[in-house]
Structure formats: C-alpha cells, structure tokens
Design a protein around this ligand. Sequence first.
Ligand SMILES: Nc1ncnc2c1ncn2[C@@H]1O[C@H](COP(=O)(O)OP(=O)(O)O)[C@@H](O)[C@H]1O
Ligand SMILES: [Mg+2]
Length: 266
Amino acid sequence: MALVALASAKGSPGVTTASLVIGALWPRQVLLAECDPSGSDVGIRMTAPGGTPLNSDRGLVSLAAASRKGLGDEVVMQHSQQLDGGLDVLLGVRSPEQVGGMGGLWHPLGVTFNQMQTGDVLADCGRISSTSPQLPIIHSARLIVMVCSATGSSVAHLRERLATLVHHVDAQLGVIVVADPKKRDAVKQVWSVLDAMSAPVRHRWHLALDPVGAAFFEGQGHGRLEKTQLIRSATDITAEMASLVSAQHGFDMAQAAFPQGEWNER
Ligand SMILES: Nc1ncnc2c1ncn2[C@@H]1O[C@H](COP(=O)(O)OP(=O)(O)O)[C@@H](O)[C@H]1O
Ligand SMILES: [Mg+2]
C-alpha cells in the first residue's frame, strides 16, 4: 500500500484538518500518522470512541522505543489507536523536545509506512523546510500533497518549497488550496503561479475553507458533518488521491470514519 505525505511550507493552512478529513473519507484501510515535530494536535482535539480521551503515551515516541527490536506493520499498529468514528491514528510527539528521542527512526519509518500490508498511510508532516527532521517521511511518500492558503505569501512560500522539493523526490506532487468556495479567482491565481514553475504540479485541489466543517475536527462540531462544504469538497479530492496511489475506485459515504456529532445518538 502507499504513503501519502501532507505538509505545508509556512503558516497553518490546515494540514492537520485536511489529513483528518481525508483520512475519514479514505476508501481503504488507512492509518493517519502524525509526523509533525511541532507536537500532536490530534491527541488534543480528538477523542477515542465514546468520547473518552486518547492515550497520549501511545504514539510515535512509544513506537520509537519499541522499534529498536524492529519495525513492521504489527509494531506500528500496536502503537496506534482509534479515533471516535473509527480512523486509526499514530499520535505524534507531545512537544518538540521529544523529537530528539526519535533518533534515526524517520527514515525506516517512512519506508515502513510506504510498504504497510494492512493499508495506506497518510502522514501529517506539518510545516517543512530543508532542515526538518521529518523530511525522510516526505522522501518515502508515493504522493506528496502541499497544503496552502490562497494568499500571496502562502503561495510564494509554497513555490519556494516546491522548487527545492522537486529535486529531491520522484513522488507525484499535489497541492491543496484551502479557500472560500466562492473565491475561485484566488484559487486560479495559485494555479497560474504553479503553471509558471519549471516543474509544474499536476494534481491540484480546492478544499473549502469552512469553519462549520472544520469545527468537527477540533472536537466541537454541531449539525450534519456530511452536509458541510468541507466534506462536500473533500469527497472528490479524497477519491482522486486514493485512486492516484491505487487502481481501486469507489467509495460509500456510509463507510466514512467521521467523528460522532450531535445528530447521531450515542
Ligand atoms: N478547511 C478549513 N476551513 C476552516 N477552518 C480550517 C480549515 N482547515 C483548518 N482550519 C482551522 O485553521 C486552524 C489551523 O488548522 P490546522 O489544521 O491545525 O492547520 P495546520 O495543521 O496547517 O497547522 C484551526 O483552527 C482549524 O480549525
Ligand atoms: Mg498541524
């Protein structure tokens, strides 16, 4: 199965939210791996089934300790846990200070993620620069998706990052622009910046900037998540992404690993 890495060049455009949404809609078995060295947000924002807290001692750090005896699907899944709604997650480091304990694990971890027998892996790599410790995860991915906002500075930083990245990876490259669904012109401007690059990015997606939908992935949703602009825009994006890394097609919304909202009686 395949590793798909999501990252940003600067700011906080919504990488974690996009990863959670795409993970929930993924048409196959998938693990969301939090590889952002700045610290886990999923462990804080989301809950385990039944609304109970996630186990913050189980994740990347406990996996790093266990991996001295070898890495593989089984050990990765032993250090993962399920979110409310059913999405499997490997929680990231609690704080940047814990990254030192990861040692040389990033590279073997990336290779393992890209070869998992049990399913695909979506890695939330957070913000990346040329010196980021989690870069080996990006380098192992079959598809790299950069997330940005439709602002001049976000796009300028994205372009710089992509210009460096294309020389170091042979993965497929995609960009998600998180923008108001009505602001199509702003999104088109981003595409024209990408067109002007010597190695243009082929896969381009517009994910809705939608506070109502995003609130569900902050643990504060109200209403019908599947009707939100965020989910409506993410459904096609996810299907396309999943088919880029596999030949399998088709998805049934009833299988979505959504966190529970008020509309669902517990
Ligand atoms: N598509 C979106 N629509 C509306 N708000 C969003 C969206 N994506 C993220 N946000 C909000 O922006 C903030 C940062 O999002 P997050 O996903 O943590 O970004 P990052 O992982 O890039 O730092 C959060 O408050 C989140 O709810
Ligand atoms: Mg994040």
